[in-house]
Design a protein around this ligand. Structure first.
Ligand code: 13P
Ligand code: SF4
Length: 303
């Protein structure tokens, strides 16, 4: 089948099977264009529980589909490419978090949503890049264990003044965006603002005009007076930014900032997943029950 036939078949199967396609903001453009909902981690989590659908096809990385399944256990959640993982999420295991909790007893655990269901099961509250600062600020605790992203942890520490015990993980895609990339981009477009994702290194965040999650970048792009913006995050976000704001110019801080895991999905895999209703996300009931409260707190938290 060519790409047009695949698109037609996906639309037909979606209707026939009462399915909804979720796509993260970093998905390849052709998947964003066919998706019913494109969003950041927090938006997609919130909607997983709300949408009326029997079947959710989740185009993103595995932990995102897992989060959707935990929030919507009666719905069937399928992933077009089960091997699409997130190296940041896989950086800490349940036993490693258990050991950290033993080392720092009594500290609340805040886990970035980029974690496995098993790690979430050991967590008090999850956060995303969109609400990490406000959520940690809202906690009465002054000392917090924060996993797994050291850059987001350092940003939260700086913004909240709290004592954060951070796990030493990072996102390889954001870690490779360096301050010199921003300087080079600024040389080409000196008037442009710099917007950076909080998974970037502290020296990149220092140089940014705004630090925003992918969903916040989408919202702010609609209302900002800036007409040129350098985007320091995964380049998949540029598709939607450009599509929705044709009057503004968006430049990648680093054109090579591509999450290969996110790009493992394609139209053919979406079509096959819809057709066969697999591979399905299956999580054992105990882990779902244990992880659920930490995710519920994240989803219900209004910053
Ligand atoms: P958002 O929460 O901003 O969607 O980011 C998720 C992610 O994986 C960033 O690398
Ligand atoms: Fe994980 Fe980084 Fe890819 Fe986001 S961009 S899914 S944090 S590897």
């Amino acid at each position: 089948m060519d790409q047009d036939q695949l698109r037609e078949e996906i639309v037909r199967l979606k209707q026939e099977k009462k399915a909804i396609i979720f796509a993260h903001n970093y998905q390849p453009a052709e998947i964003q264009d066919i998706a019913d909902i494109v969003g950041d981690s927090l938006e997609l989590s919130r909607l997983a529980a709300q949408v009326e659908a029997r079947l959710i096809v989740f185009a993103g990385v595995y932990f995102m589909a897992e989060t959707a399944k935990i929030l919507a256990p009666p719905k069937k959640v399928i992933v077009p490419e089960p091997q699409a993982g997130c190296p940041l999420a896989d950086n800490i295991s349940r036993s490693e978090l258990q050991a950290l909790k033993k080392k720092f007893p009594g500290r609340k655990v805040v886990s970035y949503v980029n974690t496995t269901a098993e790690v979430k099961a050991e967590t008090d509250v999850c956060c995303t890049s969109a609400n990490a600062v406000s959520l940690v600020s809202s906690l009465p605790d002054e000392e917090i264990i924060f996993v797994p992203d050291r850059n987001l942890a350092s940003f939260v520490r700086q913004k909240t003044g709290k004592q954060i015990i951070a796990w030493d993980g990072c996102c390889p895609v954001h870690e490779e965006i360096r301050a010199e990339h921003l300087l080079e981009a600024k040389e080409v477009c000196p008037e442009a603002e710099i917007w950076a994702h909080p998974e970037c290194r502290p020296e990149v965040l220092e140089k940014a005009d705004r630090v925003l999650s992918t969903g916040q970048m989408i919202k702010e792009a609609r209302i900002t007076k800036a007409t040129e913006i350098i985007i320091a995050t995964e380049t998949g976000l540029l598709h939607r930014l450009r599509q929705e704001n044709p009057d503004k110019k968006f430049y990648p801080a680093r054109a090579e900032a591509i999450c290969q895991e996110m790009k493992k999905n394609n139209l053919e895999k979406i079509y096959l997943a819809l057709l066969e209703e697999k591979p399905e996300v299956i999580i054992d009931e105990e882990t779902v029950a244990q992880a659920r409260s930490a995710i519920d707190r994240m989803v219900q938290f209004v910053s």
